[in-house]
Design a protein around this ligand. Structure first.
Ligand SMILES: Nc1ncnc2c1ncn2[C@@H]1O[C@H](COP(=O)(O)OP(=O)(O)O)[C@@H](O)[C@H]1O
Ligand SMILES: [Mg+2]
Length: 142
């Protein structure tokens, strides 16, 4: 487990870009931390690091946004509205674990009571207006 301080959205994305180089097929990333912490900015960096040249937006209404890449695709979830295991099942979440790629899950707090199988956990804390403390568990960047 290691923590990093970033001082801008761009620095957060760069940190994620470095992490992306370490990702493997079927990795499951839980993001923890509330609104405006930089989870979507981080996911933008993950995409770039995976060689996926797409504009990443919050999947709040769609619940999942899919960014296809080679060799790894990124499936970006927002669990803000998920409250039960049935709902998780009904959005097809369990099917995504069979696809080639990585799952990055915002509002993972909501599903942890019934699904906790992440192998990477990234926790965001606001330490200043433009500063975030980002703690990465489950993978070493260097
Ligand atoms: N160090 C930082 N890292 C990431 N975002 C930051 C940082 N400092 C300020 N911000 C701002 O915080 C907001 C983060 O938004 P977003 O990535 O959508 O957060 P979340 O997905 O966690 O709700 C953006 O408006 C961004 O400009
Ligand atoms: Mg977001």
């Amino acid at each position: 487990m290691k923590s990093y301080i970033t001082n801008s959205k761009r620095e957060t994305a760069r940190l994620a870009e470095r992490l992306a180089k370490k990702l493997k097929n079927h990795d499951i990333i839980f993001f923890k931390g509330g609104l405006g912490m930089g989870k979507t900015a981080f996911t933008q960096g993950l995409c770039r690091g995976l060689g996926i040249d797409r504009n990443v937006t919050s999947p709040t209404f769609a619940i999942v946004n899919e960014y296809s890449g080679s060799p790894l695709s990124l499936f970006h979830f927002d669990m803000y509205r998920i409250e039960t295991e049935d709902q998780l099942y009904n959005i097809g979440f369990y099917d995504y674990m069979d696809y080639d790629g990585v799952l990055a899950i915002e509002w993972s707090e909501n599903i942890i009571p019934f699904f906790s199988d992440a192998n990477i956990v990234i926790t965001f804390e606001k330490t200043g207006e433009n500063q975030r403390k980002i703690t990465i568990e489950g993978v070493d960047i260097y």
